[in-house]
Design a protein around this ligand. Sequence first.
Ligand SMILES: C[S@@+](CC[C@H](N)C(=O)[O-])C[C@H]1O[C@@H](n2cnc3c(N)ncnc32)[C@H](O)[C@@H]1O
Length: 286
Amino acid sequence: MNNSGASMRHHKKPIISPLRYPGGKASLYTRLRAIVRANDLTAGTYVEPYAGGAGAALGLLVTGQVRRIVINDLDPAIYAFWKAVTSEPLAISRMVEKAELTVSEWSRQKDIYLNAPRDDYLNLGFATFFLNRTNRSGVLNGGPIGGMDQTGKYKIDARFNRSTLVERLRLISLHAKRISVTNTDGMTVIKRYSKRENTLIYADPPYFEKAGSLYLNSFEDAHHSSLAACLNSVSDAKWLLTYDNVPRVPELYPDRRREVFSLNYSAHRVTKANEIMVFSDALTVA
Ligand SMILES: C[S@@+](CC[C@H](N)C(=O)[O-])C[C@H]1O[C@@H](n2cnc3c(N)ncnc32)[C@H](O)[C@@H]1O
């Protein structure tokens, strides 16, 4: 594999997701790999109920750390993208190769993103991907990099390296049979997979304070509480959770082990953010 493709340069943290995700968790790869090994889950299934860019999941899968992954996201546009990548990889790759990187194409893709039937996975999935790669910070409701008049320092094509992206799509397609893609509420996925053996669930729900306009739907406090009730009720399953480090987290998970950590967070600039991990009782923390 060539270095300009799915980047393995920092081979501790393979970059495989084609999506840009503010706060993406691909950088937790090394930590998650240690947890997978310590819990003897290398022949098991790794589940992301709030997958977004699914960077960590894909890294673990293609480097052979786990046998299967589940990518779930409630956002129909994100779901359509993953569905298209795993079921129609050649078609979506061809669209990536041919895409015109212009503001008028951006407007056309924005219209498809807003109006395409939600089950037109290929067109909706491609429009989602196109906007994710051409919008400022990858935020789907943001404007194009460089502005509508393209007078900014960086232009609309700044994050659209076709060969790198096509290579990532190809790599994912090679593993597609071992990827399940679903579009349901994260708690439904947690309930379903917490009953299974050989399974690790990593929940990365919308954060308390950072979510805002970054994602389609930010959680209300009621969602955070019901997620906590759901996860706390299955503490005999193997799961971990990450959040922004706010006082509400220890309040919601008073009986669980917790650990504060830092991640390079880049929504608009690179900063060190204080985040927190919560672990189920059954998990061996490594
Ligand atoms: C913090 S992001 C996950 C980022 C991801 N870990 C990554 O590395 O790219 C949260 C994701 O949860 C999705 N989401 C929001 N509410 C949801 C729900 N109730 N069930 C499932 N997914 C949901 C959002 O669409 C968003 O993609």
